[in-house]
Design a protein around this ligand. Structure first.
Ligand code: MN
Length: 231
C-alpha cells in the first residue's frame, strides 16, 4: 500500500500482562449514566434511554501522558469513567450476551470543554467542539476480562493533585455495561477496537494547567495524567 501523504500510527493502548497492544477503532461515550451526576448537571436522572456521542481515536492520551490545556476554553472539566474495550464484533447484541464481546476494561477520562458544551446545548448544536478535541480522551492500560472478569461494582474515583474530586460506584450506573452494549449495538455494528466510555459519577469540575489527575476503578486499574500549558 502506498499513500499520497505519510500515514500515521494506528491509535492503540497497552494491555496489562501482554506484549501486544489493543488497536483502537472508535470511541463511543455515554452521557448522564450516574444519577448524582445527571442531577449536578441540572438534568432529571429518570431512566431515559442512554444517549451517545463519539470522540476521535487519535484523541487518546495514554497513562502517564500529558494533555496540553486545549484551546478555546476557560472551563476544562474532568470526567472519570470505566471504559469497555470491544474485542468481538456484533450488532443487536442482547445484554445477556454482551460480555462475550468485551476484550477488557480500562480507566478513562472524558475531558470536556464545558463552556463549549454549554453553548452547544443552548443552541442545539452537536457536542463535538465540547467533547471531541485533541488529546481529549485519556485512557489507561487495558485489563483483559480474561484476567479481571466483568466488574459490575467497585469504587470509581478521581483525585486532582491528590485531593478527592469524584467518587462513585460502578453499581450506581443507570445503565449497566451490558445494557449499554445492548442499546449501542442497535445503533451501530460494534467492531473490534471500539472503546465505550460508560459515563461519570458526580463531582465533575475544572482542571487548570499544571494539575495532575489520578483516576482509579477498583478491580480494573488506574490512570494518571498531567494537564500542560496552552496547546
Ligand atoms: Mn462523560
Amino acid at each position: 500500500m502506498t499513500y499520497v501523504i505519510p500515514p500515521w500510527d494506528l491509535p492503540s493502548l497497552a494491555v496489562e500482562g501482554e506484549a501486544g497492544r489493543f488497536p483502537v477503532r472508535r470511541i463511543f461515550c455515554v452521557g448522564r449514566n450516574y444519577a448524582e451526576h445527571a442531577r449536578e448537571m441540572g438534568n432529571d436522572p429518570d431512566r431515559e434511554p442512554p444517549f451517545f456521542f463519539l470522540k476521535p481515536a487519535d484523541s487518546l492520551t495514554p497513562d502517564g501522558g500529558n494533555v496540553p490545556y486545549p484551546p478555546a476554553t476557560a472551563n476544562l472539566h474532568h470526567e472519570v469513567e470505566l471504559v469497555a474495550a470491544i474485542g468481538t464484533a456484533g450488532a443487536e447484541i442482547s445484554p445477556g450476551a454482551a460480555n462475550d464481546h468485551i476484550y477488557g476494561y480500562a480507566v478513562g477520562l472524558d475531558l470536556t470543554r464545558r463552556d463549549l458544551q454549554q453553548v452547544s446545548k443552548d443552541r442545539r448544536w452537536p457536542w463535538d467542539t465540547g467533547k471531541s478535541f485533541d488529546s481529549g480522551a485519556p485512557c489507561g492500560n487495558i485489563a483483559p476480562a480474561a484476567r479481571i472478569g466483568h466488574p459490575a461494582n467497585g469504587a470509581i474515583t478521581l483525585k486532582v493533585d491528590g485531593e478527592p474530586r469524584q467518587a462513585g460506584d460502578l453499581s450506581d450506573m443507570i445503565w449497566s455495561v451490558p445494557e449499554i452494549i445492548g442499546h449501542l449495538s442497535r445503533l451501530f455494528t460494534l467492531k473490534p477496537g471500539d472503546l465505550i466510555y460508560t459515563g461519570t459519577p458526580a463531582g465533575v469540575g475544572p482542571v487548570t494547567p499544571g494539575q495532575r489527575l489520578e483516576g482509579e476503578v477498583e478491580g480494573v486499574g488506574t490512570l494518571s495524567i498531567t494537564v500542560g500549558g496552552a496547546a
